[in-house]
Write a protein that binds this ligand. Structure first.
Ligand code: DGT
Length: 242
């Protein structure tokens, strides 16, 4: 069906402006609605750069990034933000209330929608514990919430917009393992029809993905499920054991 959230990278190469060496080379994969694709790889492998090509933080030098079969370079930004939500590696909260921050992508969201998103993101408890609840103020840059709370608020903010595609860039790293597991279970139930692309460092975060891409120096060196990669990929084994 159209507008379902299918993501396809076709032979994508990308270099930052002014840099000589490409950060990504010949990247091809497909993520279908309902699927979770995980990207793992050492620091600097190009994982964040890869995610950024979908919301057009940057454009590919060659190859194509397609959303529901249409190159993203042919879509306007509003169309992309409507369908794709990215939780960046260093998620940003601006000064204002928690409610303002959560409504960033959907100003008309009801309180009930905000609480639903907070519940999935495992953030309802700590917001409830604040005297002012949704009206509690976040200081500039979110310095008065912990790193894990900030991640969860930014995940909730993405959920509020009900996108077709979620991009999570290491969004679960500041959470303890139990919260991470609870959050992803709730997320899976809530986003069953969505396409999820997740950059993760922790094996427990990515092990249940439908497909794992192992990225090394900007190339996909191996791909498969957790079980397949444990058998076939020495790079994956090294990451798992580290
Ligand atoms: P991480 O977050 O440390 O696990 O690393 P990755 O895998 O997310 O890597 P990524 O995509 O952040 O960086 C890949 C390479 O690109 C790395 O050599 C740093 C470089 N790079 C990242 N962002 C920029 C940028 O904004 N400008 C330039 N010129 N280079 C960048």
């Amino acid at each position: 069906a159209a507008r379902a959230g299918r993501v396809e990278f076709r032979n994508v190469t990308f270099a930052y402006p002014g840099a000589e060496a490409p950060v990504l080379s010949d990247i091809s994969f497909t993520a279908e609605p309902g699927q979770t694709v995980a990207i793992i790889g050492s620091t600097g492998a190009g994982k964040s750069s890869l995610l950024g090509l979908l919301p057009r933080l940057y454009d590919a030098a060659s190859g194509e990034v397609l959303l529901d079969g249409v190159p993203v370079t042919r879509l306007d930004r509003a169309e992309i933000t409507q369908r794709v939500a990215m939780v960046p590696q260093r998620p940003y909260l601006f000064s204002g209330t928690i409610g303002h921050n959560l409504r960033f992508g959907k100003p008309e969201a009801t309180e009930q929608e905000l609480w639903e998103a907070l519940t999935v993101a495992q953030a309802a408890d700590f917001v409830q514990d604040k005297a002012a609840g949704l009206d509690s103020r976040i200081s500039q840059g979110g310095t008065n919430v912990s790193g894990g709370q900030r991640q969860r608020l930014c995940i909730a903010r993405a959920l509020v917009t009900e996108p077709k595609v979620y991009l999570f860039d290491d969004s679960f790293s500041a959470l303890d393992v139990a919260t991470d597991a609870r959050l992803r279970r709730a997320l899976k139930a809530k986003t069953a029809d969505a396409t999820v692309i997740i950059v993760g460092q922790r094996v427990s975060t990515i092990a249940d993905a439908d497909q794992i891409l192992v990225l090394d120096k900007g190339r996909i060196v191996d791909r498969g499920t957790h079980e397949e990669l444990l058998e076939s990929s020495s790079t994956y084994q090294e990451i798992v054991e580290s």
